[in-house]
Design a protein around this ligand. Sequence first.
Ligand SMILES: *Cc1c(COP(=O)(O)O)cnc(C)c1O
Length: 356
Amino acid sequence: MPRPIRATIDVSALRHNLAIVRRSAPDARTYAVIKANAYGHGLLRAARAFDSSEGFAILEFDNAVRLRDAGIGKPVLLLEGFFDVQEMRTAAALGFACALHDAEQVAMLDELAAGQRLDLCIKLNTGMNRLGIPASGLSAVLEALQDHPHVGSLTLMTHFACADEERGVAEQWHRFCEATRGVALSCTAANSAAILRHPQTHGSWVRPGIMLYGASPFADVTAEALGLRPAMTLASEIIGVQALEAGDAVGYGASFVAPRPMRIGIVACGYADGYPRHAPSGTAVLVEGERTGIVGRVSMDMLCVDLTHLPAAGRGSTVILWGQGLPADEVAAAAGTISYELFCALANRVPVVERE
Ligand SMILES: *Cc1c(COP(=O)(O)O)cnc(C)c1O
């Protein structure tokens, strides 16, 4: 029998979550965000599940090419644009729209071959201060790009820093609207949090990521409350059991000491599988559907769970680390991170199975 860990991707959950995007932003088209191997869910699997979305947003050039190789002809937006002239030419040849975030990229457009045109999303920095041209520089960039022989369509773009938080989008959205007033171009701004909470920002194209995968963009609202379904379930099995006396320690660093006699299960899942090493004792897991907690440090290939109150559990019992019945958001919060990071960290060595 192979090592029992596996990630199950529920394709119907992916489709369901896209339907929630549709319902939340009925007047916008959707760039389903499938960067980072579709947040760990599998690039082409996700692209197929999201075949009713109008386009895809992605970051890695080679993966964008894989979409075309797989026969996917719909709009593809490269969220960080092109990094060199060769990529720019290939982007134009394959019809990838590119985020354009600095003046150097404008100058590079002259290197396109005769007749080549590139679709561009002009990314404005409206306050996140990551990528983007300053809002005050938009008119100069527009002047350079409108009627440019190598420019195809133009779209206005920005990205929100706090759409999921109390602070919201008001300041950034105000700057965006001020800077783009009177510019008759389509626009794209909303990530998952803005799709769900800030409908004024939906614009022509929305860019959902995390919600498609069934996790919540908000710290204070569960995915379930948003009607989302978890798409990834990470599961494994108990491969050993230990009986502890009071005072016995568990795992590296002997960081957990049994306060009383305990029965613990050893699970074939560790940080080399993508489970967060920083998850503290008590972080929830499901053993045969019953909630319990991990004990001791997560090691590379194993972690330990408390079975003291689960006498029927033992070698071969199914353990769910996150997903069906246990939100990744909850596990992530316990480990001081967000579900995005758990999904993206799913290791290559974990076999993935697909469920319709
Ligand atoms: C990743 C990303 C998104 C998706 O964000 P979520 O919070 O996962 O919905 C949208 N836009 C840009 C520019 C991104 O980089």
